[in-house]
Design a protein. Structure first.
Length: 340
């Protein structure tokens, strides 16, 4: 979807403790607020510990900075770093949580980068002596905190508790986990990109100081987690995309979209740009790439993959190697494939 959208994501909703908040403001300008029924949830005295903890954790688990830069003679806010992290740091800045403040107070010790297989990123940060994670009290015994962001379904599977509005942690039930995934589906169906934010408070590091194996670190840092919240961002379609797809269609060129996005997000974007008809059936015209390899990394037989690629227009949650299998399948069907 990177060639179909502008790559200028803006956070528009934050979800936590079974409430959905609106995030005001446009673009990368940090002027705005996080509102519930019109009331600012990050203002002094608001008492909403969960919202601020979600935004702080999101910034700690990011490598993007928001700075002012002169553009055509005008001072403009510009994010430097990953485009998917930009809406997180902008939303946090609207709550007064800035990257330079958090790096001083919560120094980073290690990082497990995002990958197409892990579907999440993890950082470990040292806690201050008072045990305060902004307004969330973790206690003086907590010396470290693992901050995690990534695909909601992957993170939810590793969460055993969630953070309530007042900052208390309570057990996350299977029923609640299903409710949260329903909210993810609801937001994704509006063409929003949804990231989950979670943490693991720790009294000590669960790996040796000389441990350099990223997978070993990930195994112990990514669970058990406390779910903090969800952040949903919108990425507008590029100008001219609809016309380009129509032109290709008239030339008998079949356009398909292969993306790492969540299935419902990908389908919603595809409908917005007329790649899919509004009434298209998700189960017929789109597929999660895990269906190509239902047994982990082992792919289906060639004829089974060919049946899926012969009709699907949208391929979601794709890994780099999935793209190769899809192109090979299309070529087996006598088609000439080109990738943008």
């Amino acid at each position: 979807t990177g060639t179909l959208t502008e790559g200028k994501m803006t956070a528009v909703h934050l979800w936590g403790d079974f409430r959905t908040y609106d995030i005001t403001g446009k673009g990368f300008n940090p002027d705005g607020a996080i509102l519930l029924d019109g009331v600012n949830q990050t203002a002094p005295g608001s008492g909403n510990v969960q919202v601020r903890a979600t935004l702080l954790s999101a910034v700690l688990c990011s490598n993007t900075q928001l700075k002012q830069q002169e553009v055509d003679g005008v001072m403009t806010w510009v994010p430097f770093g990953n485009s998917s992290e930009a809406p997180l740091v902008v939303a946090a800045a609207k709550a007064g949580i800035w990257e330079d403040y958090v790096t001083d107070r919560f120094p980073r010790l290690t990082e497990v980068p995002f990958s197409s297989s892990r579907k999440m990123m993890v950082t470990v940060n040292r806690m201050p002596a008072d045990g305060m994670f902004d307004t969330l009290s973790l206690g003086s015994k907590i010396q470290y905190v693992a901050n995690v962001k990534g695909a909601p379904n992957y993170i939810l599977n590793n969460c055993t508790r969630y953070c309530q509005t007042d900052g208390t942690f309570t057990t996350l039930t299977d029923e609640q986990r299903q409710q949260i995934m329903s909210k993810v589906d609801e937001l994704s169906s509006k063409a929003l990109r949804v990231l989950a934010i979670a943490m693991q408070p720790m009294t000590h590091l669960p790996f040796a100081n000389d441990c350099e194996d990223v997978d070993d670190k990930f195994a112990v840092l990514s669970q058990p987690l406390v779910l903090l919240g969800l952040i949903a961002s919108i990425d507008p379609e590029r100008d001219g995309v609809k016309d380009a797809i129509q032109t290709a269609r008239r030339a008998s060129i079949r356009t398909v979209m292969i993306t790492g996005d969540y299935l419902k997000t990908a389908v919603a974007i595809a409908k917005n740009i007329d790649l899919l008809d509004v009434g298209a059936l998700e189960e017929e015209d789109a597929t999660d790439c895990s269906r190509l390899r239902p047994r982990g990394d082992t792919y289906l037989a060639e004829h089974e993959i060919d049946e899926i690629t012969s009709r699907a227009v949208v391929f979601a949650r794709a890994k780099p190697e999935d793209k190769i299998e899809i192109v090979k399948s299309l070529q087996r069907q006598g088609l000439v494939a080109a990738m943008t």
